[in-house]
Design a protein. Structure first.
Length: 575
């Protein structure tokens, strides 16, 4: 008999929000804290993230798929390896039930060092037509976050574990150690990326009465346990990758990751309420930590919004060229506006580019039901909606020091609206801003189980970003915020060559990362242009062949249809 424990350190790569479900007068969403007011990562959240990862991975490691993936009757107990390790997904006390408690105990991850002071981060939806803050409801919010660099001690204990339990855990922890670990809320919008380090598998023998008594008297028995060297590599050596079952959805197949640098060619304007209040300016950049002006941040939510908005325009433009007329376009429109919601839930009314969220709600689908893909437009399938999450993660962009600019350079800008009648300054419309001058930020994207058409769509957006066509922050129409993607590196992870059939070829250099084989390409790489072309062709076919369900057909294409009633001459029939 022995006591077995796994310890590691989790360090936040970007800001983190693990919510408590509560609010106060300062913010809409507070982070989780203990009775002493100290933030922590709940063991349930950590275990849930690890279980979700292993549920997708286990069928590729030779284990039976969990009922959570297979679609089998969920009222019965599941005896898959993941349910054996974490407890049955649907426990039952019926006769002959195989349900059992979890064999791994995941404890709350406590701070490993003094935790930096939390921040309140603002968020706002962007109107797709005007490019400004959306006026519709439910698009302005804020939440409390812990800044990047917050460190926590992770501890897991194994009870009555069998050999395959350790192999499964090792596979998941290897993925976390490779940097593919996200936890908490708004992960797809930039938050919750962690790095795992100092991983140790420890054992403490409990074969004698004296050893048991010593164990019971020890407050922290994991500190005196013996570290088993090479445990992770030993367990990974037992992993065998099997082919993916085409009949089972959701299993791990591969991923696409991109890292690069976003460089602004001039002033970049963002705004954070706390930084503005502290600096005395009307607008000031978001800071990674309170009063640390050396670490400004571009939010993943903002970057994601820029990418999605541009992707929507690309898809709608492509389909408009292939449409016979306006009505044909409305039947085939591949991208809604996620901010357009019918607050009155009028089932007989269709708004311009009305969001899939709103249309699905009107169709009477209960909120707790999983929505089929054919009820969503292509943009909501790829970028996500409130009915179905996204597999695309866009992390916060952290300030990147360069040789010419090791620290951020700030410029003070004054703005004044002009009165169109007098030609002088408009009363009450004077404000100033603290702008970043030619900053550089990191860009990190991760897409799980990408389809060829998704890679093609994303690549078209990244191509335009690399050519300097997109802006971030506010003031884009005034020449601010134009950024260019440079020095990028694209990495593809796959479990078997057939998971990326067009990617793998003789002579391809691959490396091991976690349980995946990886291939990396850079912007100067030659020879993979035909591959990108196949992806973009796949996107073209997906966009032009898309057709909406009858209850989701639109009646207006954009805000132009709503402009005519604003002009009294047209209402009166005067040309």
């Amino acid at each position: 008999m022995s006591y077995r424990v796994i310890t590691a350190v989790l360090t936040a790569r970007v800001a983190v929000h693990v919510g408590s479900g509560k609010d106060n007068a300062v913010t809409d969403a507070l982070i989780r804290r203990d009775a002493k007011g100290q933030p922590f990562l709940p063991g349930t959240a950590v275990a849930g993230a690890l279980r979700s990862l292993l549920t997708r991975l286990a069928p590729r490691l030779g284990f039976k798929p969990c009922r959570a993936l297979s679609g089998e009757e969920r009222q019965k107990s599941c005896n898959c390896a993941v349910c054996g390790l974490f407890g049955d997904v649907n426990p039952s006390d019926e006769d002959e039930s195989t349900s059992a408690a979890s064999r791994v105990l995941v404890f709350n991850a406590r701070p490993n060092s003094p935790v930096p002071r939390s921040l309140v981060r603002d968020g706002v939806g962007v109107d797709r037509t005007s490019g400004t803050a959306a006026r519709a409801g439910a698009v302005k919010f804020d939440l409390e976050v812990l800044p990047a660099g917050a460190s926590f001690m992770l501890r897991m204990e194994l009870r009555d574990a069998i050999g395959e339990d350790e192999t499964l855990l090792a596979a998941g922890l290897a993925e976390w150690e490779a940097g593919r670990f996200w936890l908490g809320g708004r992960v797809a919008r930039g938050l919750g990326a962690f790095d795992l380090s100092e991983l140790h598998f420890k054992t403490l023998e409990l074969g004698t009465a004296g050893q048991v008594i010593g164990f019971l008297r020890e407050d922290k028995p994991w500190c005196s346990a013996r570290t088993e060297d090479g445990w992770l590599q030993k367990q990974l050596g037992l992993v065998t990758i099997t082919p993916a079952d085409p009949e089972t959805d959701g299993v791990a197949r591969g991923w696409f990751s991109l890292r690069g640098t976003l460089r602004a060619d001039g002033a970049l304007l963002t705004n954070d309420t706390l930084a503005a209040g502290a600096s005395g300016f009307d607008h000031a950049p978001l800071l990674g930590r309170e009063d640390n002006w050396d670490k400004p941040v571009l939010t993943g939510a903002g970057l994601r919004g820029v990418l999605r908005s541009h992707a929507e325009r690309l898809a709608r433009t492509l389909v408009s060229f292939q449409s016979a007329d306006k009505d044909d376009f409305l039947r085939r429109c591949p991208a809604c506006d996620p901010n357009v919601r019918d607050q009155d839930n009028d089932q007989a009314r269709r708004l311009g580019l009305e969001s899939c969220d709103s249309l699905v709600k009107k169709s009477g689908v209960p909120s707790d039901v999983e929505v089929e893909n054919d009820r969503l437009c292509l943009a909501c399938r790829f970028f996500g909606s409130s009915w179905r999450g996204s597999r695309l993660i866009v992390e916060d962009g952290l300030y990147q020091a360069t040789e010419t600019q090791p620290k951020p350079v700030f410029k003070m800008l004054d703005f004044l609206a002009i009165d169109r009648f007098t030609g002088g300054g408009a009363e009450g419309l004077k404000f100033d801003a603290l702008a970043l001058w030619q900053p550089a930020f990191t860009l990190r994207l991760h897409l799980e189980n990408p389809a060829p058409w998704e890679l093609g769509w994303l690549w078209l957006v990244l191509r335009d970003l690399a050519e300097g066509w997109l802006t971030v922050g506010f003031g884009g129409a005034k020449g601010f915020g134009r950024v260019t993607l440079t020095d990028w590196e694209a990495t593809f992870g796959f479990l078997r060559p057939e998971d990326f059939p067009n990617l793998t070829k003789p002579g391809l250099v691959t490396k091991k990362s976690g349980v995946y084989a990886t291939a990396t390409f850079t912007e100067t790489e030659e020879g993979w242009g035909p591959l990108v072309e196949r992806w973009t062709d796949a996107f073209g076919r997906a966009a032009t062949s898309f057709s909406r369900r009858e209850e989701s057909v639109l009646t207006e294409d954009s805000y132009f249809d709503r402009l005519k009633p604003l002009y009294p001459l047209e209402k009166e029939g005067i040309q």
